[in-house]
Design a protein around this ligand. Sequence first.
Ligand code: SAM
Length: 264
Amino acid sequence: MSLHDLYRHLWAALEPGELAEIDDVPAPRGPDWIFGLTDEIGLKTSARVLDLGCGPGDQARALADRYRARVVAIDPVVEQLHHARAAAGSRPVLVMAGTMESIPAAAASIDLIWLRDALMHSNDPGSTFRECSRVLRPGGHLLLHTAYATARLAAHELELLEADMSVSRASLDVARVDAEISAAGLEIVRREVLGSELAEHYELADGLGGRALVRLARLERHPELLLDRLGPEGFRAARGLYHWVVFELMGKLSYRTSLLHKPG
Ligand SMILES: C[S@@+](CC[C@H](N)C(=O)[O-])C[C@H]1O[C@@H](n2cnc3c(N)ncnc32)[C@H](O)[C@@H]1O
């Protein structure tokens, strides 16, 4: 790049309104798009749905409402289970402690597994998919929405995510995960690369990406403020999350949403 060419283009690239064709590309898909994949399955009323890594339970609640399903919601973190029980209210949602590597459910008892944004925490994706295959009934489905590391993610950035976000490199490795899916006897019937779309969606909706980036900058300048406020573990969790969001927007992490099938 010559200096002449650089400065002919440089400032315009940041001007608002200058690159409308980039700023106005079709709006990124939001999280509700994911339900479109499972809508196509045609679940029967009272189907049994397993929400693995349910977190605060908003997904389990949505699954119960959308599909009139009986939902089992599993998470290993006690606080998340409390939130999930509160979120479920009087819906048919059973919230239980458990892990995706050792699922507390009977063989062939589940019609749909919902594994959204939790696989990255599994140190053993082989056990996770074997367990999923065990509890799915023949003909059942698994919705997997998860992020993978791309070639742009540097080794030290992966180490930071492992340390601060408790993620596992095995589960961020798309080739490894695909191999475990097929070793467990599951088939990928549909796959969509969302990349950074959800992060773009949240940025446009409420400025999440910009907030993460600015907080990361503040954290560098004034780490003591966040340390005092959150303590050492909270500080690392926040640092990990801000990096995660920024890496997603930079294409260092890329989300894929897949519909898997257990042959009948
Ligand atoms: C980012 S949250 C996602 C919550 C929810 N699935 C969603 O999409 O909003 C990840 C959740 O996975 C849970 N998790 C971590 N390790 C797990 C494991 N081995 N088995 C099941 N859940 C796990 C965490 O406790 C956390 O609640």
